[in-house]
Design a protein around this ligand. Structure first.
Ligand SMILES: C[S@@+](CC[C@H](N)C(=O)[O-])C[C@H]1O[C@@H](n2cnc3c(N)ncnc32)[C@H](O)[C@@H]1O
Length: 356
């Protein structure tokens, strides 16, 4: 069976490694996508155990199209059969003389023709057919995930600018962290700390539901077996995880999220630029500081970055420091071990690995 998983653009190789470790044979990487093959059980494995992908899709087909008529022909030639109520959703990039809605309509119409026991349902579909049209490249698949996996199900406190948990998990893997002391000095609602604990202890995505139950491939026995297997792999190692945050409201929110996620960490209400007052040592710092785009001004943010860099230089020499930011500011202070241009939602940012 062939699959594709979506992930953060710029970190596809990190997601590929996780997919391979879960049993997928990686075929190719494209912007924000990893294609792989493997047994049917990967439907359950990827949804339940993966931390670095947003969703996993069973590939129906891919090809080159130049018009809606080409898309119609493409669907017509597919070897496909399913039943039930479905919807089609398309993500389109590039210049076309038609819209995503037009693609949805054409694909939907062809599927109704080819699979007679189906019906379109846009409010509560049992099955979601996902299409990507990027310039002339057309990809189509069955969604197995439903709501994106970045919705882990543990976030009971909603921070105004939370880090995407999939990106947090990718940064943690990219950093090379293997259970040493980890500090997030701008911890907000605690996402980095939670993802670190969950990654290390192999906590599956157990707070969630998935859409694969409605697919023609679904086997309850196979799903139960995979669920039991990954539940039994969960470890209960207590880690040295520390969060620092300026605002009491977020500290309390982080405590709620940590509790829901089953994670232990030390949280301090305080300032990142005075980090040594709370922690004497950090092997890894993984964080996303404020960008000054939504909260606060750029000038203030640069001053904060300066003070924070000084704190690191004075007290945390030798620490591995990983962060995302839209600015190059930290390059002036520390040696860059690695730098990636990544997409944080619609915002291009840089991911850095520094050694202090
Ligand atoms: C972008 S948010 C981090 C979000 C967090 N990763 C999460 O998932 O919830 C940055 C956080 O840094 C906090 N903050 C701002 N200035 C700070 C400072 N000087 N020291 C510590 N925390 C600070 C903000 O209150 C905010 O919660």
């Amino acid at each position: 069976m062939e699959f594709l998983s979506t992930t953060v653009k710029g970190l596809e190789d990190i997601a590929s490694k996780e997919i391979a470790s879960l049993g997928g044979k990686v075929l190719k990487q494209e912007e924000g996508k990893v294609y792989f093959s493997g047994p049917e059980e990967l439907i359950y494995v990827l949804n339940y155990a993966s931390k670095t992908v947003f969703r996993t899709v069973i590939l129906i087909g891919e090809g080159t199209v130049h018009s809606l008529e080409d898309i119609r022909k493409f669907v017509e030639t597919l070897d496909i059969s399913f039943s039930g109520e479905f919807e089609v959703r398309t993500k389109r990039k590039g210049t076309h003389s038609f819209t995503s809605m037009d693609v949805n309509a054409v694909v939907g119409e062809m599927l109704l023709k080819k699979c007679p026991n189906t019906k379109v349902n846009l409010t509560a579909p049992e099955i979601r057919v996902l299409c990507w049209l990027e310039d002339d490249k057309f990809v189509m698949g069955f969604d197995t995930t439903g709501e994106s996996l970045h919705r882990r199900g543990y976030r009971v406190y909603q921070h105004p600018a939370p880090l995407n948990p999939v990106l947090a998990a990718l940064l943690i893997r990219w950093s090379g962290w293997r259970g040493e002391t980890l500090v997030d000095p701008f911890c907000g609602s605690g996402t980095v700390l939670i993802e670190a604990h969950h990654s290390y202890n192999r906590v599956p995505n157990k707070f969630r539901k998935f859409i694969f139950r409605n697919l023609p491939f679904y086997s309850k026995d196979e799903w139960t077996a995979i669920k039991n297997k990954y539940d039994s792999r969960e470890k209960k190692v207590k880690l040295s995880l520390v969060g620092i945050e300026k605002f009491q409201k977020h500290i309390e929110g982080a405590q709620k999220n940590l509790h829901k996620a089953g994670v232990d960490a030390h949280l301090y209400k305080g300032l990142a630029e005075k980090m040594h007052l709370y922690v004497s040592h950090a092997d890894y710092i993984i964080t996303n500081p404020p960008f000054g785009l939504r909260i606060g001004s750029k000038k203030k943010i640069f001053r904060l970055y300066e003070n924070f860099a000084e704190e690191l230089e004075n007290h945390f020499s030798g620490t591995q420091f990983v962060l995302i930011t839209p600015y190059t500011k930290f390059e002036h202070y520390f040696d860059v071990l690695e730098k990636r241009e990544i997409m944080y939602g619609d915002l291009p940012v840089k991911a850095y690995r520094f050694k202090i």
